[in-house]
Ligand binder design. Structure first.
Ligand code: GAP
Length: 453
């Protein structure tokens, strides 16, 4: 079971501290959200899982964390200054603005139904900001619209500082910014979001095979994070809808509460980007339409030792949205169950490695010094194992604690009761089955570790 509506997720996220509207106390800003105490842990766990699979578990990738402010020259050569636009339409009657492709009802304003609309005109989605103390328009930067451009501009730095040879990849996670005309559907389409992107450099001619490899690898990864395979769809992007850099893109769509849409795109970017950022492009047989007269001073190419010539690698790019991942996984984990005929519970059946809180330690009575001190000691010992956040719940209300931890997806709750003082064991309650068992304190670390592996 998943959530039935987006409202169920929005309500849970606010109630339990996953997500808040940004600038809320001043009325909020559309398309911006803040991750609260549970949200930040969950999002970090998701990013960590991605990093583990893209960097730590592979022998052919490196990581990068580059600047968010990008030079206009970079985004000129990447094609974004000229082509990163959406078609914008104004309603002359109610003054609202829309993306032309969102006028679902035959060219009528979705707000006031007027047909008095302007012709679509291109609207560049990039945010600009001034660099330095004088804001006279002469010195500015863009907030990056995708994380990957700095991977391309650092290509040579990374080659020179590591011993990598093609095929290899560079992974990066972080913020990206798009001035979306109509942000919508909670955190699905926002103006500030995070991406997890891998640029995987391959020899031209091997690109189609590597593309298939990454499409399958990425679907497998989302399934391992807890998304049912039948809720993921592989969608071939139509030729006339491909981004300016792409030879072929396959979207991995997810059935969100508002409908099926893109969770991740896997593109074959050919030699477009490295070619665009390379000096003396005429030295290479670049297959894509690249910007001419690059002002870059660098040759972003590699040597083919067998054929003794230089070539520009092709790039396969799996690019996932962190926020869309958060939304998909919350939706996938959401359950409502009848505990008995009078009581219902909501739970997030998250995979333990993604749960914001790994375990809650609950002394049965809040002011009992012996129980509370022992609980603190158990909490501290589990925390030291480094598997994620463990909390002490010292409110003395076991029922309420169980409900709260079900709703935030904590896999286990450990209760320290009066029996514990005698038999040195605690009651462990499983989130999904609600089954309880006694586990001796001596064995708790091993039990806990096994639970998360
Ligand atoms: N570097 C390639 C690239 O940026 P994209 O399809 O435009 O490709 C990749 O974006 C992913 O980033 C998308 O699949 C989506 O998950 C996420 N994304 C894009 N725009 C977004 C937005 N406005 N809000 C939230 N996530 C977004």
């Amino acid at each position: 079971m998943t959530a039935q509506t987006m409202e169920e997720l929005v309500s849970l996220c606010k109630r339990r501290g996953f997500l808040f509207q940004s600038n809320d106390i001043y009325g909020g800003i559309k398309g911006l959200y803040d991750y609260g105490p549970m949200g930040v842990e969950f999002k970090n766990n998701l990013k960590q899982a991605w990093w583990k699979s893209m960097v730590y578990e592979r022998d052919d990738t490196e990581g990068l964390d580059a600047s968010i402010l990008n030079s206009p020259v970079v985004l000129k050569h990447s094609g974004h200054e000229d082509t990163f636009t959406d078609p914008l339409v104004d309603c002359r009657a109610c003054k609202s603005r829309w993306r032309a492709d969102q006028l679902f009802e035959n060219n009528k304003c979705p707000n006031c139904k007027s047909e008095d609309l302007t012709e679509p005109r291109p609207f560049n989605l990039m945010f600009k900001t001034a660099i330095g103390p004088v804001d006279d328009g002469s010195s500015f930067a863009y907030l990056r619209p995708e994380t990957c451009q700095q991977i391309f501009t650092n290509f040579k730095n990374i080659l020179d500082s590591t011993s990598r040879t093609v095929p290899f990849g560079i992974a990066q996670m972080g913020k990206a910014f798009r001035n979306e005309i109509t942000p919508r559907n909670f955190i699905f389409r926002v103006r500030e979001f995070e991406q997890m992107e891998l640029e995987f450099f391959v020899k031209p001619g091997t690109d189609d095979e590597w593309h298939e490899y990454w499409i399958n690898k990425r679907i497998e990864w989302w399934v391992n994070q807890g998304i049912k395979k039948e809720n993921l769809k592989k969608i071939e992007v139509e030729k006339n809808e491909l981004a300016h850099y792409s030879k072929r893109t396959v979207d991995i769509n997810y059935v969100f509460p508002h409908g099926e849409e893109e969770l991740e795109g896997v593109a074959n970017r050919t030699d477009f980007d490295l070619g665009s950022h390379t000096k003396n492009q005429n030295d290479f047989k670049i297959t894509s339409e690249v910007m001419k007269n690059s002002s870059s001073t660098t040759k972003l190419a590699v040597q083919d030792l067998e054929e003794k010539k230089w070539y520009i690698p092709y790039v396969i790019e799996p690019s996932a949205g962190v926020d869309r991942g958060v939304l998909a996984l919350l939706n996938e984990a959401y359950r409502e169950e009848n505990v008995d005929k009078d009581n219902k519970r909501i739970l997030l059946s998250l995979k333990p490695h993604l749960s914001p809180i790994k375990a809650a330690v609950i002394p049965l009575k809040k002011n009992n010094e012996e129980l509370v001190n022992l609980s603190k000691e158990i909490k501290s010992n589990l925390q030291k194992l480094g598997l994620g956040r463990v909390v002490l719940e010292n409110s003395g209300n076991i029922g309420k604690n169980y409900r709260r931890h079900d709703e935030i997806g904590t896999p286990i709750c450990l209760t320290v009761d009066f029996e514990t003082l005698e038999d040195e064991s605690v009651t462990v309650r499983d989130r999904d089955t609600m089954k309880q068992e006694r586990v001796s304190i001596e064995n708790l670390s091993e039990y806990y570790k096994k639970y998360f592996n």
